[in-house]
Design a protein around this ligand. Structure first.
Ligand code: HEC
Ligand code: HEC
Length: 300
């Protein structure tokens, strides 16, 4: 009996030792990723003043930014798991705790590069989508943010605990720092003429994130590289060569509005954010559809 106790004691201490060493290594790694400074010169973007451009900025902000920054963009809780991670999306209004003091370059740094003004990575803020925006759209969103009513709301600084840093290090939260994997040198995408046409659909498929999950050619078969392992199913082929062969344009817009496919399958919003896509304008849905239809029928 004594011997068994002694051996299990040794085994336990060894295991505990391994866990501790792993935690130390993962903490050092995650902390250095968090503190890394990226040497990026933000582009100088023309900030428009016209009504049409500001309305365009409003459309984009109300489509995407509100998902995390809250309905009036005052900032919102993203995750608050006591003892693990606390992440709040920033206050984007000119109120206290907001972006009044941020220059346009600071905002380009945040939205397009996922970096704070000092060049350190923002957490979660999905620059991997916004890097695909045209200069016009980026300028329009910044112009719009400058016009919204001020709301005072100071958000807590992001916190990632020792255990949180270990889990991030092990990849269990996916890739939470977009600045790490986007191509910061990518040129601005050209702005096609906005309307129900396939060129604009091609632009949108990137600018609202379809390609992140369905792949650059929309042939599916992948999982988004930033998601935690196994959290999102492998995406289907959404070209006419794949699942959408028999769909009509109505079926497609119905899916974006309700998450329900023609055969009655309901898509989980955590697997594909159709609640967000339901806010796309009718013309934008048509543009996406025309683009999907224009893709080659040949298999990969
Ligand atoms: C998936 C969630 C998500 C979406 C969508 C999102 N953001 Fe963020 N954003 C965040 C989080 C979380 C932070 C805070 C990150 C941090 O503190 O490290 C943030 C930070 C920012 C900051 C930095 C603010 C500061 O104080 O420097 C700006 C600017 C910003 N977001 C703008 C936008 C805009 C504009 C959009 C829409 C085009 C948008 N965000 C969409 C999650 C999101
Ligand atoms: C976060 C990942 C993600 C994003 C972003 C995303 N999708 Fe999906 N999409 C999926 C997954 C996963 C499925 C399969 C879900 C299921 O079967 O329950 C799917 C299913 C679909 C389907 C149904 C296909 C079928 O075989 O029934 C269509 C159509 C579709 N997506 C179009 C789009 C379009 C258009 C966009 C951009 C506007 C988009 N998706 C953005 C992950 C995503």
């Amino acid at each position: 009996m004594k011997r068994i106790l002694k051996w299990s004691g040794i085994v336990l201490s060894v295991l505990l030792g391994i866990v501790l060493i792993l935690m130390v290594i993962m903490n050092i790694r995650t902390t250095s990723r968090l503190n890394k400074t990226y040497d990026i010169q933000p582009e100088t973007v023309v900030i428009p003043t016209g009504e049409t451009a500001i309305a365009r900025g409003e459309y984009l902000a109300r489509l995407i930014c509100v998902e995390c920054h809250g309905g009036d963009l005052r900032g919102d809780e993203f995750v608050d798991e006591a003892g693990l991670v606390t992440i709040y999306a920033a206050n984007l209004t000119p109120g206290r705790g907001g972006i009044a003091e941020r220059s346009d370059e600071d905002l380009v740094m945040a939205i397009r590069h996922g970096l704070d003004p000092a060049g350190k990575p923002l957490i979660i803020m999905p620059a991997e989508i916004f890097i695909h925006w045209s200069e016009e759209d980026l300028g329009a969103v910044i112009a719009y943010l400058r016009t919204i009513p001020a709301v005072d709301n100071e958000q807590p600084e992001p916190q990632i605990s020792v255990i949180g840093r270990t889990l991030v290090g092990l990849g269990l939260f996916g890739k939470p720092f977009p600045a790490e994997y986007i191509n910061h040198d990518a040129p601005f995408n050209e702005m096609p003429s906005i309307g129900p046409n396939p060129e604009y659909g091609a632009y949108l498929a990137r600018a609202v994130g379809c390609t992140l999950c369905h792949g650059d050619n929309l042939k599916g078969g992948i999982q988004p590289e930033n998601a935690p392992p196994g959290e999102i199913p492998t995406s289907p082929d959404i070209t006419q060569a794949g699942d959408l062969a028999d769909w009509t344009e109505d079926d497609f817009s119905q899916l974006l509005r309700t998450g329900t496919t023609p055969n009655g399958h309901e898509i989980d919003v955590d697997h594909m954010p159709w609640d967000m896509y339901g806010r796309l304008s009718d013309d934008d849905m048509v543009a996406l559809w025309l683009y999907l239809q224009s893709l080659p029928l040949t298999p990969e």
